[in-house]
Design a protein around this ligand. Structure first.
Ligand SMILES: NC(=O)c1ccc[n+]([C@@H]2O[C@H](COP(=O)([O-])OP(=O)(O)OC[C@H]3O[C@@H](n4cnc5c(N)ncnc54)[C@H](O)[C@@H]3O)[C@@H](O)[C@H]2O)c1
Length: 338
């Protein structure tokens, strides 16, 4: 099984690579894992794989975070046993980040690990969740508390799946693409202006390559990989706070977090450009204490300090930057007044 970030294959050549994998590996059984939305992607997908030859079982879960649970994972292990799955069986995850995280977790733990393939269908899964070898489920209401570092055998990206993706889900992936372009410095203002209609394989590949280059230099997140948390320290706290009031998507929360990171990095031009595409959402002064408390619980902190990823300039991130409560409160107050 692969142990580090796997480079994806794209569209037609991707289907050819996956079909060749099926021809050579000849899995004893193949399982297609979907949720009840991404099951609609299957007819087009299966039709491009002659060596699948109609010989598969479908594992379908409910859409949403609720499926990333030990109960759902245990149910899937049982179904695999019922079908007689063995170490030579294969799971192909066709879906967003939830299906990929769950399917990867089930595969990497069943019989101490069977191979799996990721076929992301959401933008976020294409540029983020399908890459980097993290699998996982949620536990005790906390995201991704249990999981493994195990890479997929192959990642196939087909942007045709995006035609049915709801706009809010598109924005979620766009937030991560914006983050990648800030980290790499590649095409930063152009990526910001992308829309559902203008996005193509070249943009996807650039974003994917940025994440992969970082992951491959630090697979187990001991150092540089932390830069992928740009925008996430405040973003996660904002997402959790909003969840108790008026829930927002992960992508919207990350974009809000990027505002804070750019402000603290003194990247004023980039902050202005971001605000033109995605305006800052005013934060109620009453929420600041709660938000600070939430950020203090961030698992990336150390030595009792809240630590941010910041940018020395566009394309040049730095991590483990301690930020005091005073700096944070001042930043949000300034952003509110712009
Ligand atoms: N493993 C990692 O490194 C990593 C990185 C980032 C995020 N994640 C995880 O990914 C998850 C979020 O991923 P997501 O945003 O893809 O969420 P998701 O899987 O819940 O997908 C979002 C929604 O879009 C639907 N959908 C997906 N593709 C579709 C398509 N082509 N057409 C129509 N509907 C479609 C899904 O059914 C779902 O309702 C979170 O659980 C997060 O923790 C993991």
């Amino acid at each position: 099984m692969k142990q580090q970030g796997t480079a994806p294959v794209y569209s037609a050549s991707g289907y050819a690579a996956l079909d060749a994998y099926l021809k050579i590996q000849r899995p004893s059984k193949t399982f297609l894992m979907v949720d009840s939305n991404t099951s609609a992607c299957l007819p087009g997908f299966v039709g491009q794989l002659p060596h699948l030859d109609g010989n598969f079982e479908i594992l379908e879960v409910e859409p949403g975070e609720g499926s990333k649970s030990i109960e759902v994972a245990a149910g899937l292990w049982s179904v695999l046993l019922e079908y007689g799955a063995d170490r030579n069986s294969l799971i192909i995850n066709v879906g967003g980040g939830v299906v990929l995280d769950l399917g990867g977790f089930v595969a990497s733990t069943f019989k101490r690990g069977i191979p799996f393939i990721n076929v992301p269908t959401s933008l976020l899964a294409m540029v983020d969740a399908s890459l980097g070898g993290k699998t996982g489920i949620n536990h005790e209401g906390i995201k991704n508390q249990v999981g493994t570092f195990t890479s997929a055998e192959l990642v196939l990206i087909d942007d045709a799946f995006l035609s049915t993706l709801p706009e809010e889900e598109w924005r979620s992936g766009h937030g991560e693409m914006i983050k990648h372009s800030l980290l790499s410095g590649q095409n930063w203002p152009q990526v910001l202006k992308l829309t559902h209609q203008t996005l193509n394989d070249v943009h996807l590949k650039q974003s994917v390559d940025t994440k992969l280059a970082i992951v491959q230099s630090d697979f187990k997140e001991n150092g540089l990989r932390k830069v992928l948390n740009l925008g996430h320290t405040f973003g996660h706290a904002w997402e959790s706070w909003c969840a108790q009031h008026s829930p927002i998507s992960h992508g919207s929360a990350v974009i809000q977090g990027l505002h804070v990171a750019l402000y603290l990095s003194e990247q004023h031009d980039a902050l202005k450009a971001l605000g033109q595409s995605y305006p800052w959402i005013k934060v109620d002064a009453d929420a600041l204490d709660d938000l600070w408390t939430l950020m203090q619980a961030d698992k990336k902190n150390a030595e009792g300090q809240v630590r941010f990823v910041l940018l020395e300039n566009i394309g040049n991130p730095t991590f483990d930057c301690p930020i005091s409560g005073d700096q944070f409160y001042a930043a949000v107050q300034q952003l509110n007044s712009l």
